[in-house]
Design a protein around this ligand. Structure first.
Ligand code: NAP
Length: 360
């Protein structure tokens, strides 16, 4: 039984907790790090909307560091290198949805610190999720197994974030509702960080597929709202940012070979000059053969579900991609357990059979 700590109990962290509480996953929750004062001292089961389990969440980082655990499920809004290094050096493996999608291309100083902490604690760290993660890492590599030649890979993400309840991410971090001239790859710490993780993903594909690119260029077009829109507790005012079209282009000799593009809106308006793919993610590999896959996550294709349930399904997918990786990450040699180096991550208890049965 692997002992895990939830570091973050937001939308993604809660999905991991309920997966363990409801389905076991061969894991036992031994602690939780929370940020909000009103979650401090609350039972982790209660925080996840389940019965109490006798484990209390805490805002005290030292208390969490002192716990004995195999793995930390690290899902804060913003990753802090100091705390991640402390976890690793203390012998805890870390899986995260928040950062580290291609360790080779992060700033060398950060990479060295993380690698040293892994060595000290004989621990591994793995970053993944939905996108960045599966759709911009695992899926393109898997499809490329059918390629003879590849001219270009494009992943297009179309999302209206009006339905996403984590408005601190959409409004505070991603700067929807701010003046359009305040949206750029360097405009704030968060936008710079967010841009860097998609740049990492482009480098990841380029490095794994030996594309030989020499640069990844980030660009964004911010589009103002024509009208006011109420989005949960926020008023998005006309004239402020309601659309963000980002591109991260991996180029060789000026020619784009790998590109991630986002078509993000809040408020429901859609800029008429933007391309119009279906909602979700469209992965195109132009080459021999040319392939296209469209991915869309819903609560169900078979039954009626509320919008909140449908929206939650993206958090479920994000959470499960890293929760399902925990056994492999715990078993991996110390260091960076990247998407490309781990075995294929698949569902552990998806069909409801016991873990023992699956191992036999
Ligand atoms: N790779 C992917 O596909 C993918 C997809 C979705 C999200 N993500 C990432 O996964 C992480 C969690 O996302 P989410 O949707 O669960 O976000 P969320 O619902 O906003 O939850 C964020 C968590 O951050 C905590 N937090 C509050 N203040 C903080 C601070 N100052 N510094 C750091 N953390 C703080 C919150 O703690 P309290 O609840 O105790 O206040 C909460 O546990 C984020 O880093 C997000 O960017 C990745």
């Amino acid at each position: 039984m692997l002992r895990v700590i939830a570091w973050g109990t937001g939308a993604v962290g809660r999905e991991m907790l309920t997966a363990i509480l409801d389905h076991g996953h061969g894991m036992r929750i031994v602690g939780a790090r929370v940020y909000s004062a009103d979650k401090n001292g609350v039972d982790v089961g209660t925080l996840a909307g389940r019965d109490p389990i006798g484990v209390l969440a805490t805002t005290d980082v030292d208390e969490v560091l002192a716990l004995d655990a195999d793995c930390v499920l690290y899902t804060p809004r913003i990753a802090r290198l100091d705390e991640v290094c402390a976890l690793l050096a203390g012998g805890k493996n870390v899986v995260t949805t928040a950062f580290l999608f291609h360790p080779r291309r992060i700033p060398p100083g950060d990479r060295d610190r993380l690698a040293a902490a892994c060595r000290t604690g004989n621990a591994s760290i793995h970053g993944s999720g939905l996108n960045p993660g599966n759709l911009s890492g695992v899926l393109p590599l898997a499809l490329s197994g059918m390629s003879r030649t590849i001219d270009k890979i494009t992943l297009q993400e179309r999302a209206d974030w009006s339905v996403y309840e984590s408005t601190s991410i959409t409004f505070d971090n991603m700067a929807f509702g701010q003046p359009v001239d305040q949206i750029s790859p360097t405009a704030s710490e968060f936008l710079a960080f967010n841009s860097s993780i998609f740049e990492e993903q482009v480098w990841f594909l380029a490095d794994e597929l030996r594309a030989g690119i020499d640069e990844v260029v980030a660009d964004v077009e911010a589009v103002p709202a024509r009208e006011d829109h109420q989005v949960f507790e926020h008023l998005l005012r006309a004239g402020t940012t309601a659309g963000q079209r980002w591109t991260w282009s991996g180029r060789r000799g000026g020619k784009t070979l790998i590109e991630i593009e986002t078509l993000w809106t809040v408020g429901g308006e859609y800029p008429p000059h933007w391309p119009k793919p279906e909602h979700g993610w469209t992965l195109t590999i132009e080459g021999d053969p040319s392939m296209r896959a469209h991915f869309f996550a819903l609560a169900s294709f078979a039954r009626t579900a509320s919008m909140a349930e449908h929206v939650r399904s993206a958090s479920v997918a994000t959470a499960m991609q890293v929760l399902n990786a925990v056994p492999a990450v715990c078993a991996a040699p110390a260091g960076f357990a990247t998407t490309a180096r781990l075995p294929l991550i698949s569902s552990y208890t998806g069909f409801g059979c016991s873990a023992v049965g699956l191992d036999n």
